[in-house]
Design a binder for this molecule. Structure first.
Ligand code: AMP
Ligand code: ZN
Length: 466
């Protein structure tokens, strides 16, 4: 079965075929760094991480870019209120974002371009110039440049909006009265006293880029004119992604992205997340103040399919904790059996359940609920006949689990012990049985140089990270 995704553009499940065989060009809209990212944002990033990991599991090389929006109204307002330069204001939020990615075990993209980098600003300006030359954009009197949506007949196709409906009922904001059409959006915003010292020189005077052109320039600049998959939360569909399509395609005259995947918004305790409702969480609130681990939060965010509503609750985190406990306990038992093997052979497990079901469920538009159910089927079935499992079969199960965990990213710290270290520990166990203390000490030192400390106790050797 091929991989299938629900494409927001066509509103249909489509077979996934990348432009270049074996390679996936993936662009994911990143955070606006004016504050700590909240767990809603992380639902989007965890879903994108699952997408990347599953594509890699299926043998694709994934080239991924996630931008950091470090200039927009909110970041400018923030730095002005704090009375510090923009870069100084956004830096701690950028650092926190990367810490949070690690805590949630989200794989790093190849590039995290920052909108304010000189080469990206230059590309944004050059794209806007092309749009003006081609008649898709115009300069208003104040020096702002707008995209002329009437010049792109496909405008509205992603969001399935008809232009005339779009215009009805929209009131023109007083600061945008110079636009030809209410739906026209800013590519370049002329400097305003409220911007302080945040501005760049351009052919239209001092100003700054609009948010939409940032993503068009950074995606095509780093991945080329055509993407395979573009992702974001559902709030990004309109106007942000609609605008990205219009700008990019009017410049390149090529289809911008072949597939559009959007995750549904996360709700907290059944309601929209809002500071005023007291249900607004950053990852830090959950890990540093409420004592949940990043791994538990990852499980809670991951375990509901991206197109289904996710209601984030403390009970949900509790359920994540017990589900992980079951996986860990099973892993420990199977590993123990596997470690007692005296050959390197792994036998295919004798399963009634289908070990391939995990990957097949994810092929089907990332159906994570079915994928996790298949994991628990295997756990249930093997637990029932644990006494009969041979060391070689247990090794076969560990190989299967390694594949599953490369996608889920939920391995416990303990089971992250590398095979080489585990082999040395087993050799040391043997040396100690033979009262060969010299070899035992040499092995302990070797294990130490690999980053693990061994302590001997009544119950045997205990391994911890050095
Ligand atoms: P922002 O920093 O607002 O630009 O958002 C960064 C990413 O998080 C975008 O892909 C948004 O669509 C996504 N996002 C924002 N809020 C939520 C939410 N409550 N649930 C899921 N995704 C969200
Ligand atoms: Zn974007």
């Amino acid at each position: 079965m091929p991989i299938r995704f629900f494409n927001t553009f066509s509103r249909q499940l489509e077979d996934f075929v990348p432009l270049e065989p074996g390679i996936v060009r993936l662009y994911t809209c990143g955070p606006t760094v004016y504050n700590f990212a909240h767990i809603g944002n992380f639902r989007a990033y965890v879903f994108e991480d699952l997408l990347q990991r599953h594509l890699e599991y299926r043998g694709y090389r994934v080239l991924r870019v996630m931008n950091l929006t470090d200039v927009d109204d909110k970041t400018i307002r923030g730095c002005r209120a704090a009375g510090i330069p923009l870069a100084e204001f956004t830096k701690p939020f950028k650092d926190a974002f990367f810490e949070d990615l690690d805590a949630l075990r989200i794989k790093r993209a190849q590039h995290f371009p920052e909108a304010t980098a000189a080469d990206h600003i230059a590309r944004m300006i050059s794209m806007i110039e092309t749009l003006v030359e081609k008649g898709h954009a115009y300069r208003a009197e104040d020096g702002s440049v707008y995209f002329r949506i009437r010049s792109f007949p496909a405008y509205g196709q992603l969001a399935h909006i008809v232009l005339d409906e779009l215009q009805a009922g929209v009131r023109i904001r007083s600061d945008e009265y110079e636009k030809e059409n209410v739906g026209d959006f800013a590519l370049w915003k002329a400097w305003d006293p409220a911007d302080g010292d945040v501005w760049w020189e351009s052919p239209w005077g001092r100003g700054r880029p609009g948010w939409h052109i940032e993503c068009s320039a950074m995606s095509t600049g780093l991945l080329g004119p055509q993407l395979d998959i573009h992702c974001g939360g559902e709030d990004n569909i309109f106007p942000h992604h609609e605008a990205e399509i219009a700008q990019s395609e009017c410049v390149t005259e090529l289809q911008f992205s072949r597939y559009w995947l959007h995750c549904k918004h996360l709700q907290v305790e059944g309601a929209k997340m809002a500071k005023s409702a007291g249900n607004f969480f950053t990852l830090r609130d959950l890990t540093k103040e409420k004592g949940w681990s990043g791994r538990e939060v990852r499980y809670a965010l991951l375990s509901v399919k991206y197109r289904e509503p996710l209601n984030f609750t403390m009970e949900g985190l509790g359920a994540a904790r017990s589900a992980l406990g079951r996986i860990d306990e099973w892993t420990r038992k199977i590993r123990e059996i596997a470690d007692s093997a005296n050959s390197a052979d792994a036998d295919p497990p004798h399963m009634r359940s289908n070990l391939a079901a995990f990957g097949q469920a994810l092929d089907d538009d990332l159906n994570i609920s079915a994928a996790l159910a298949s994991v628990f089927d295997v756990i249930r079935e093997t637990n029932r006949r644990i006494e009969e499992i041979s060391p070689n079969e247990a090794k076969g199960l560990m190989t299967w689990l390694d594949g599953v965990q490369s996608v889920l990213g939920l391995t416990s710290e303990e089971s992250e012990i590398p095979q080489q270290v585990r082999d040395l520990v087993a050799q040391r166990e043997q040396a100690r049985l033979e009262k060969d203390w010299k070899t035992s000490d040499v092995l302990r030192d070797k294990i130490q140089t690999l980053g693990w400390t061994i302590k001997d106790s009544k119950n045997g050797q205990k391994l911890t990270r050095a």
